[in-house]
Write a protein that binds this ligand. Structure first.
Ligand code: IVH
Length: 668
């Protein structure tokens, strides 16, 4: 037994855990990022050299892995209840007086901020994090331990010794504002849908299959509730203090109150001050401090009687409605937008607000010139929530009625049954729809042609590109006649168009922009039909036989090809050399050899990367799962397979294949 590296590994783990805590919980680092990285690197190297000392709670495990995991559902030992909501001081007073009557003895209230993220329950055994479960339906949630371990402010091992053998810590996982802004900016650049608020971003991130991406998003967490059979103290406040001493991030805003007046002061203070916090909060939680008194008060079916949430008022501004404009998107959907007299709201100047759809407009009973209430309801675009009817004068403008004709091409709008939106049906003649389809066609995930919306607009206005096929006939000389184009940019454009002829069929199918045919559906259709000709000749009945293709998608595909303009477009693209069928290579690397099989990948490999193996498993109909269980069919094992996995596999009698054996199996 090699004791020197073992000791060093242990020492490094303790030291790195402390630095993590200093940095992520206390925000008081003692060493530089560089020094931290040096220590981390040393530990990583030692762990790789001595896999026998592996520990799933080592600080090195915070970087995540690219293993894809289907989350396991776990029943909560104590259900995760919600809180009763109040919206006024009057309701808070009611809660306080009700509690006083019931207890009939002195009591304290602990006031805390209500963090607006996604709740989590952590199970600790002997000071080690063993499980992290989402709220789920309150009774059972998803096991997201691997993802939670990447959150640096969550302790994997606790400090000190005075913690119970087993207990649960509940808290809120949050995406701080700066990180939320950074993430949305990145998504905007990559043309991915934006997160509406940090709460959605946090819960979406926690449910990602790839914990390495989770690690890159810098989630944070605050803890506010301890549960267990043997707790350190008999008060909520005491337990939070204990949790803080073990390394949990407990908010500094927790305050003990003994009078209603103190509670109101706390509400007023944080209603203003919360705007300076780096994370989103949406209220205050008030809890009876004594655990004995909590027990006496008990629970209703849904929530505790000893606690209540007070929700802050959403910030609101009043301003004048100047006009309403209507935007037509790529799919022809028409969105109404209110143009407002600019007004300050939660730190930004608001000039436009969403009016959603015709029903919302009718419900508001709006007139041009009205004073309207605007709120930022956790959405990106603010919305109009009401009208100040009392301030209307005889000088008021026209009533706002949803338009009947397309503002861009004049075609009468239609409203499909069961939908809230109006559409312009002139798919092939309405300019924003045409430009939108060209913009979609060129995006990175589709044909990856290197131009943005402005260039599309220029090319369209100049009459060079009226549909995606025209991109393939534009000449460099044409471009040079336009503003902003030079030899080099024209050349790059032509090269990029040329390169797009190598884009595989499944992406071409996605690029066509058939309604409801996103990336995944396009892939499914490509592999089910192999070529555009057979897809064109297919019927609704044949389409819905394909896994995960329903009537709505089938109907959309059939009507796309029923339109002769679309057929002409497809034929032209084919003529110019765009891939309209799956390549031999794509077809030959696919099979059903692993159909229905669950495969775990473990260790490091010499011949292909982990991602490549994952792709191979999927291409042959199998599924790559993260953890070994009775359902695992076999393990694809490389060097240094984890000892825990090895042991479990042996116990369950699961077959283990090395790289060569696996590749041979696919070749057979
Ligand atoms: S206490 C039994 N404290 O609000 C009471 N909850 O509707 C357990 N939340 O699901 C919750 N900040 O996700 C508590 N300081 C705080 C909180 C808080 C945010 C969330 C939590 C819970 C929901 C209650």
């Amino acid at each position: 037994m090699n004791t020197i590296p073992k000791e060093r590994i242990e020492k490094l783990r303790i030291e790195l855990n402390r630095h993590n805590y200093n940095y992520y919980v206390l925000s008081m680092p003692e060493i530089s990022d560089f020094e931290y990285d040096v220590l981390m690197k040393e530990l990583q190297t030692l762990e790789a050299d001595y896999p026998e000392f592996a520990d799933s709670n080592s600080p090195t495990q915070r970087v995540g892995s690219d293993l894809s995991k289907d989350f396991e559902q776990v029943v909560h030992r104590y259900p995760m209840l919600s809180l009763g909501n109040t919206y006024s001081e009057g309701e808070v007073r009611d809660f306080y007086e009700r509690t006083a009557r019931f207890l009939n003895e002195p009591f304290e209230i602990v006031a805390e901020l209500k963090y607006d993220g996604t709740s989590i329950s952590l199970l600790y055994e002997n000071g080690t994090l063993v499980r992290a479960i989402t709220r789920g339906d309150g009774t059972r949630g998803d096991d997201v331990t691997a993802n939670v371990k990447t959150i640096r402010s969550i302790p994997l091992k606790l400090f000190g010794k005075d913690f119970p053998e087993q207990f649960e810590m509940r808290g809120e996982i949050l995406l701080p504002w700066p990180e939320f802004d950074r993430l949305n900016k990145e998504r905007e650049e990559q043309e991915e849908p934006l997160f509406a608020n940090p709460r959605n971003a946090a819960s979406g991130t926690l449910k990602l299959q790839n914990s390495a991406i989770v690690a890159s998003r810098r989630l944070d967490a605050y803890f506010y509730y301890m549960l267990g059979e043997e707790l350190p103290t008999d008060s909520h406040y005491g337990n939070l203090e204990a949790a803080r001493s073990w390394g949990f991030k407990v908010s500094d805003a927790v305050r003990k109150c003994t009078t209603l007046q103190e509670i109101f002061e706390y509400l007023a203070y944080w209603d203003k001050e919360r705007k300076n916090l780096p994370v989103a909060t949406d209220g205050v939680v008030l809890k009876v401090n004594s655990l004995r008194q909590q027990k006496n008060l008990g629970f209703t079916a849904k929530s505790p009687r000893w606690a209540i949430a007070y929700k802050f008022q959403a910030e609101r501004a009043v301003t004048r409605l100047n006009s309403v404009s209507y935007q037509v998107g790529r799919t022809g959907a028409v969105t109404p937008v209110a143009n407002l007299e600019p007004v300050q709201l939660s730190g930004t100047i608001v000039k436009r607000a969403s009016l959603h759809n015709a029903d919302i407009i009718a419900g508001l009973d709006l007139y041009i010139g009205d004073q309207v209430f605007v709120e930022k309801g956790g959405e990106i675009i603010p919305k109009i929530v009401g009208v100040d009817v009392n301030s209307r004068s005889i000088l008021i403008g026209e009533k706002v009625c949803f338009i009947k004709k397309c503002p861009e091409c004049g075609t009468a709008l239609i409203r499909p049954e069961g939908e809230a939106a109006y559409y312009c049906p002139n798919e092939t003649g309405c300019p924003p729809q045409i430009k939108g389809r060209i913009e979609h066609f060129v995006t990175r995930k589709a044909m990856n042609i290197n131009i943005g919306p402005e260039t599309v607009e220029d090319l369209y206005n100049a009459g060079y590109v009226k549909n995606p096929a025209d991109l393939y006939v534009v000449k460099a000389a044409d471009l040079l006649r336009l503003e902003r184009w030079a030899e080099k940019s024209a050349d790059n454009f032509i090269k990029s168009v040329d390169a797009s002829k190598q884009i595989p069929f499944e992406r071409v199918l996605f690029a066509l922009g058939i309604r409801y045919v996103g990336e995944t559906v396009a892939k499914k259709l490509a592999y089910a039909f192999h070529s555009i000709e057979s897809l064109e000749a297919t019927t609704i009945g044949q389409l819905i036989e394909v896994d995960e293709i329903g009537e709505r998608i089938a109907q959309s595909v059939v009507s796309y090809f029923a339109n002769s303009k679309n057929r002409t477009l497809v034929n032209r693209l084919k003529e110019y050399g765009v891939q309209m069928s799956l390549s031999e290579a794509a077809l030959s690397t696919r099979s059903n050899k692993l159909s229905g099989k669950s495969v775990v990948i473990s260790g490091t490999f010499a011949l292909h990367s982990r991602d490549e193996y994952k792709q191979m498993i999927e291409q042959h109909g199998g599924k790559n799962v993260g953890s070994v269980s009775g359902k695992t069919d076999f393990i694809l094992a490389g060097e240094n397979m984890g000892p825990a996995k090895l042991e479990k596999a042996a116990k369950l009698g699961i077959q283990i294949l090395n790289e060569n054996e696996f590749l041979m199996m696919l070749e057979e």
